[in-house]
Design a protein around this ligand. Structure first.
Ligand code: PMT
Length: 223
């Protein structure tokens, strides 16, 4: 039965935003709600996989039967992913991970002072990129949230991160991206295949992504 094609496989999925602490009451984050990642967890579970969902702070309940690992910062997500990487056959990086984090996270609430305030940021680790260099016999799927030149940036990410597929969404398009129940995505595979999907619910998009993962030719895996 096609619905159980991932039986015996472990799928590691990341979802939601990260929170980068400035002080105990303030943080930097983004608009991700986790809907896309949680839909993927549900679709992978339905396909028979063991699912580990590494999630940033969101308002959703994990789908039944999915193992949840809750994290807040990009650094915590990095460690949670690396801890679960070895046993995973398929990794799907849906999370909107912060690219920058405050250099200093203050122990006490920052006090208002006259004039402007500068917060210095440093780069976080690029989790997808590191997985791309580490993986052997694993399928790695990345997302690309773009607002322009979607195809060009997605194809660049596919190669630069050594991923097997990139799911690109134009987060400015009506009905696509952060927060909504729908998405419009294009899948880019290593063999140059491009699959443009119409507006669909995030759960339908998730099922389609899982179907496309199942038919990824083994010999195209970038090991
Ligand atoms: O959560 P929703 O509200 O449902 O919204 C869904 C979504 C828009 C968040 C989702 O569809 C999506 O596009 N997720 C990826 C968002 C993103 O961070 O894209 P990016 O182009 O900045 O990153 C590219 C890839 O690198 C992503 O797979 C990301 O997980 C990964 N990354 C990024 C930075 C970092 N430090 N480490 C990473 O692994």
């Amino acid at each position: 039965k096609s619905s159980l094609k991932l039986k015996g496989k472990t799928v590691l999925i990341t979802a939601g935003p990260t929170r980068e602490k400035i002080d105990p009451v303030r943080f930097i984050t983004n608009h991700s709600t986790g809907k896309m990642g949680y839909a993927l967890a549900e679709a992978a579970k339905k396909a028979g996989a063991k699912v580990i969902l590494v999630s940033g702070p969101v308002q959703l309940s994990p789908p039944p039967g999915v193992d949840i690992v809750k994290i807040e910062s990009a650094d915590e997500m990095y460690h949670a992913v690396m801890n679960n990487f070895v046993g995973a056959d398929i990794i799907i990086k849906t999370a909107a991970v912060a690219d920058y984090t405050p250099k200093v996270s203050y122990e006490h609430k920052m006090k208002k002072q006259p004039g402007d305030k500068v917060i210095e940021l440093e780069r976080t680790k690029d989790i997808l990129s590191e997985l791309g260099t580490k993986k052997r016999n694993k399928i790695l799927i990345g997302f690309a949230a773009e607002t322009e030149n979607v195809e060009e940036y997605a194809v660049k990410k596919l190669k630069a991160k050594n991923a097997d597929m990139i799911v690109a969404n134009n987060v400015k398009a009506e009905g696509a991206g952060f927060g909504r129940d729908t998405n419009i995505v294009t899948l880019f595979k290593r063999d140059g295949t491009k699959i443009e999907l119409p507006l669909m619910s995030k759960l339908e998009v998730a099922h389609k992504i899982i179907e496309e993962i199942i038919v990824l030719p083994k010999d195209l895996e970038s090991n």
